[in-house]
Design a binder for this molecule. Structure first.
Ligand SMILES: Cc1cc2nc3c(=O)[nH]c(=O)nc-3n(C[C@H](O)[C@H](O)[C@H](O)COP(=O)(O)OP(=O)(O)OC[C@H]3O[C@@H](n4cnc5c(N)ncnc54)[C@H](O)[C@@H]3O)c2cc1C
Length: 502
């Protein structure tokens, strides 16, 4: 069967699923996209009223689809959640993706028996191996008003775009000291809170004693939401172990610190996976310079943001941790009590759970992302080019690796996968893929150590251009995307540089 006639399923219609579908359509495939929700946009369809992009709009976009003027009029523009959702929906409409999406369809099982021999990857180097493997997808659909129905669909290739923010990570409490045994107020995860209608979310916290657990983006958005609903009369309490604060956009853009991570010159200062001796020496020699720049940056922010004055100075280890609870109060590690009617757990997400949930049997679940805590805590998910598991044939992942502005790296992954499917990219053997994965794993461990442990799994932020270079070469494009030597080294890399890769 000709590759274009192969049956391809995409799971997820967030930014990564949309771009995966767009690039497959462009290369003549007719993929089917399943999404459990009722609209495209992924996480941007269930955010708090106060949520905005935390990265500027300029790098958070697809390479060939700029933002509408109105959304990016300000110099440093951070569009609102509804503007992001509208942008993603417009992209889906513009490229004919919308017609390919089946909403209200949750993939609850990909049966692996039919995809028997993983050596298929190495046998031919082609996406569809020897042409005999087949996925059986169990899809549960919720048509409005109808009871859920389950159907099994057959596909030749599976692309997982399920995101990292779909399954909540919940704290554990001592026996009998948790919810609802001890604490009788309302406790919910920030994901559940974000999914509520905005008016209901405001009502839930109105005139209540609210405790928000965590200090990440979701925690701060939730605190902002409480402030909006309650003003100064009922301030919410933020409980956290380690403080880190989002930068005020009015302060950040005056200095282009992002050049450190977006220019080739900046990238010279960090170690890169598989970099070779010369680049490794250069990175080592430039490490003190990078350290100095970071310290200057820290000093600048400390001088311009009155954190000390408001008792908000960031410390690496705070003294407040969630622990056992009493009927209307939380008890902290140091036995202090914090009264509460509502507790919102902004305690993060399990990034591997949405991937694991797709598979029927424990074998493939553990192959894609081990449930054992030591592997689970590894610095990277074992994916060749952040897309293909060496031991799971006829399947790719788009959108797992994190970057500073995630959309255009997802788009690059989608382009690479589309090239793979139509034969323009060929895979090396299983061993070679595993060797490359091991190199990235070693690098990830180093990156985690050198960032003091604050490193999201598979975060490629510091080496995004380096990663894109690999994809460009695989696809037969020059990784040098700028006009001239000076621009190549000093100009920031961003979405528009890759618009020519189709
Ligand atoms: C509050 C918040 C703010 C963020 N802000 C930023 C930011 O400023 N900058 C940035 O770069 N990133 C940000 N992110 C990261 C954000 O996740 C990405 O920008 C982007 O949305 C990820 O796209 P995705 O398509 O990979 O995943 P998602 O957006 O999570 O979409 C995944 C889709 O898959 C569907 N799905 C999952 N499992 C199944 C299944 N089994 N069957 C069917 N459908 C399924 C879901 O319904 C969902 O629609 C933020 C995330 C959150 C939660």
């Amino acid at each position: 069967m000709e590759a274009k006639n192969k049956r391809v399923a995409i799971v997820g219609a967030g930014p990564s699923g949309l771009t995966a579908c767009k690039h497959l359509l462009a290369r003549g495939f007719r993929p089917v996209v399943f999404d459990a929700g009722s609209a495209v946009g992924g996480v941007w369809r269930r955010t708090l009223a106060s949520t905005r992009l935390q990265t500027p709009a300029a790098p958070y976009r697809f390479s060939d689809f700029p933002w509408p003027e109105a959304a990016v009029a300000a110099e440093a523009s951070f569009p609102r959640h509804d503007e992001v959702a509208a942008y993603l929906a417009a992209y889906a409409r513009r490229f004919g993706v919308l017609e390919r999406v089946r909403f209200g369809c949750r993939v609850v099982g990909a049966a692996e028996e039919e995809v028997a021999a993983w050596e298929r990857w190495s046998g031919t180097g082609e996406a569809f191996g020897d042409g005999t493997g087949e996925w059986h997808l169990t899809v549960m659909s919720h048509d409005s008003g109808e009871a859920p129905s389950t159907q099994v669909h057959k596909f030749d290739f599976l692309i997982l775009c399920v995101g990292r923010y779909g399954v909540a990570k919940l704290p554990t409490f001592p026996d009998g000291g948790g919810v609802p045994e001890a604490f009788q107020g309302r406790v919910l995860h920030s994901m559940e809170y974000s999914s509520m209608a905005h008016a209901d979310a405001a009502e839930l916290v109105r005139a209540k004693r609210v405790v928000v657990v965590g200090a990440g983006k979701s925690a701060l958005d939730t605190a902002a939401q409480c402030a909006e609903a309650n003003g100064r009369r009922y301030p919410c309490t933020l409980l956290y172990r380690s403080a880190h604060w989002m930068l005020d956009p009015q302060v950040a853009p005056r200095f282009k610190f992002s050049l450190l991570t977006t220019t080739r010159l900046g990238e010279l200062m960090v170690h890169k996976p598989g970099e070779g001796l010369a680049l490794s020496l250069v990175a080592t020699m430039l490490t003190p310079l990078r350290w100095l720049i970071m310290k200057l940056r820290e000093a600048y922010f400390k001088a311009h943001i009155p954190m000390e004055k408001h008792g908000m100075a960031a410390s690496t280890s705070g003294d407040a941790a969630h622990s056992a609870s009493a009927p209307t109060a939380l008890v902290l590690d140091d036995d202090a009590m914090v009264n509460a009617d509502v507790v919102i757990l902004a305690t993060g997400y399990d990034p591997d759970a949405p991937l694991r949930a797709v598979f029927t049997s424990p074998r493939f679940r553990d192959t894609i992302a081990s449930s054992s805590s030591s592997d689970n805590n590894d610095a990277v998910l074992p994916l060749y080019r952040q897309c293909v598991h060496p031991r799971i044939p006829q399947m790719a992942v788009v959108g797992y690796a994190e970057s500073g502005a995630s959309v255009y790296p997802y788009e690059m992954m989608a382009k690479w996968v589309a090239h793979l499917l139509d034969g323009a990219v060929r895979l090396p053997g299983v061993r070679e893929m595993e060797r490359e994965v091991e190199e990235w794993t070693r690098w990830g461990r180093w990156a985690r150590r050198s960032s003091g442990g604050f490193f999201l799994k598979s975060c490629i932020h510091a080496v995004t251009t380096w990663y894109h270079d690999l994809l460009c070469r695989d696809m037969g494009y020059s990784p040098r995307r700028k006009a001239g030597f000076l621009a190549e080294w000093t100009q920031p890399y961003g979405p528009a540089d890759y618009a020519g890769i189709q």
